[in-house]
Design a protein around this ligand. Structure first.
Ligand SMILES: [Zn+2]
Ligand SMILES: [Zn+2]
Length: 153
């Protein structure tokens, strides 16, 4: 179970951040965009309240792309080492998606689902009993603490 506040940063430590509220949900995403972004098999993602995230050192640079659903995703990454740190979605302005691999203590994060497994690399094994979605998931059941958080602002 992740403790707050939690901290993280990029590979070269030029950019550091701090989160002061518990996450809503954490999951893996096996979509091609996440594979490209991480240059790996999947991204590990964690939704947190936008206002709880503070960049405490350095200034991330940003890159925008349009997702399949038309939403504009802004990835914040270190301009020095290139590590992607967190993502903003224009349709979910009150949320940020932390890339869990950048946390100082990623072991503390409990993954509750696996999305875009239609693009899962064949050797990646999802633990038995964990929810799997061929494409995106409806996260509303996971937002019991603040059900309005997923609605458009
Ligand atoms: Zn860096
Ligand atoms: Zn993805």
């Amino acid at each position: 179970m992740i403790q707050v506040p939690f901290t993280g940063g990029c590979q070269c430590e030029a950019v550091r951040y701090r989160g002061s509220m518990p996450p809503f949900v954490a999951y893996t995403c096996h979509c091609r965009a996440c594979q490209k972004m991480t240059s790996s098999a999947f991204a590990i993602c964690m939704h947190i309240p936008a206002e709880s995230l503070e960049v405490t050192q350095g200034s991330p640079v940003t890159q925008q792309r349009t997702a399949d659903d038309g939403n504009i995703l802004t990835t914040h990454f270190c301009g020095d080492c290139g590590s992607p740190l967190f993502i903003a979605n224009n349709a979910r302005p009150r949320l940020r998606t932390i890339l869990v691999g950048t946390l100082d203590d990623p072991d503390a994060v409990e993954i509750v689902a696996h999305i875009w497994t239609s693009r899962r690399l064949p050797w990646v094994v999802v633990p038995a009993g964990q929810p799997v979605f061929d494409e995106g998931a409806d996260w509303r059941p996971y937002y019991k603490a603040d059900p309005t958080r997923l609605e458009r602002a």
